[in-house]
Design a binder for this molecule. Structure first.
Ligand SMILES: Nc1ncnc2c1ncn2[C@@H]1O[C@H](COP(=O)(O)OP(=O)(O)OP(=O)(O)O)[C@@H](O)[C@H]1O
Length: 241
């Protein structure tokens, strides 16, 4: 069962083709890693899939809804945890979660319950009373992902979820992201290849706007006779130029 299928999805900026007619398919409940060097077109792809920008041509269908024709429905079933955390710095962790739940339209009582569920799921109890601005980067990122999940999205976009985090905070966040497997569909962009390999069910590699390879980490390694995923990525990225 597919959660996302793109059909010749294309974005052009004047002469620049940022995303060139890509056709990718992502299964329901899968964690899909979208990789590529700087400027490959990952962010532009995510922005189109999350209806922040319109494609120049082509389309994508997310759980049955077209980003071109049904963008309001798409926005209802997705959420994005952006690189820049979107937390309110002067509110506590619990207040941030309750506020965001109310913004999504839940009644006060439900919002309180949902915030508590997220505090439990994401093990945020020890910082629940702390103002967001006092949290370390790892905790802020964890809160930001919990906030994105509070609307019960069917599809979650995670942009560089562990950028700048130390190795322990990164591993902890990996556990939280892994736990989402099978429950919701996650599209992850990262420059950390180890992260992509350990979290993703399947991986797509973009080079200069093209989707040049797609498969499990093992399939991608086998396709270029590499033993390490980083070597496979380098080979695929070089060949795709
Ligand atoms: N608003 C814009 N106007 C013109 N060109 C743009 C615009 N946004 C992106 N581009 C170009 O499109 C290409 C793809 O950019 P994009 O940000 O999608 O890459 P990326 O893979 O996300 O890179 P990074 O890893 O650096 O975030 C780049 O060449 C970029 O300069």
């Amino acid at each position: 069962m597919l959660a996302i299928k793109t059909e010749n999805l294309t974005k052009k900026y004047k002469d620049k083709v940022a995303v060139n007619s890509i056709n990718l398919s992502i299964n329901k409940g899968e964690i899909y890693g979208l990789l590529g060097v700087n400027g490959a077109g990952k962010s532009t792809t995510i922005k189109m899939l999350s209806c922040l920008i319109k494609p120049t041509s082509g389309d994508a269908v997310l759980n049955g809804y077209s980003i071109v024709n049904d963008s309001e429905d798409v926005k209802r079933i997705i959420n994005v945890s952006p690189q820049e955390t979107a937390v309110a710095p002067n509110l506590t962790v619990r207040e941030n979660l309750e506020l965001i739940a109310e913004i999504y339209g839940f009644e006060k009582e439900t919002a309180v319950q949902k915030a508590q569920n997220m505090i439990d799921d994401f093990e945020l109890a020890e910082v629940a009373k702390s103002k967001a601005k006092t949290l370390s980067g790892g905790w802020q990122r964890r809160l930001s992902i919990a906030m994105a999940l509070i609307s019960d999205p069917e599809i979650l976009f995670l942009d560089e979820p562990t950028l700048g985090l130390d190795v322990l905070a990164r591993r902890e966040l990996w556990n939280k992201i892994s736990a989402l497997k099978g429950k919701i569909t996650v599209i992850l962009t990262t420059h950390y290849l180890e992260e992509a390999e350990s979290l993703s069910d399947r991986i797509g590699i973009m080079v200069k706007g093209n989707l040049v390879a797609e498969g499990t980490a093992d399939e991608l390694k086998n396709s270029v006779n590499a033993t390490a995923f980083e070597d496979a990525f380098v080979k695929i990225a070089e060949e795709g130029k």
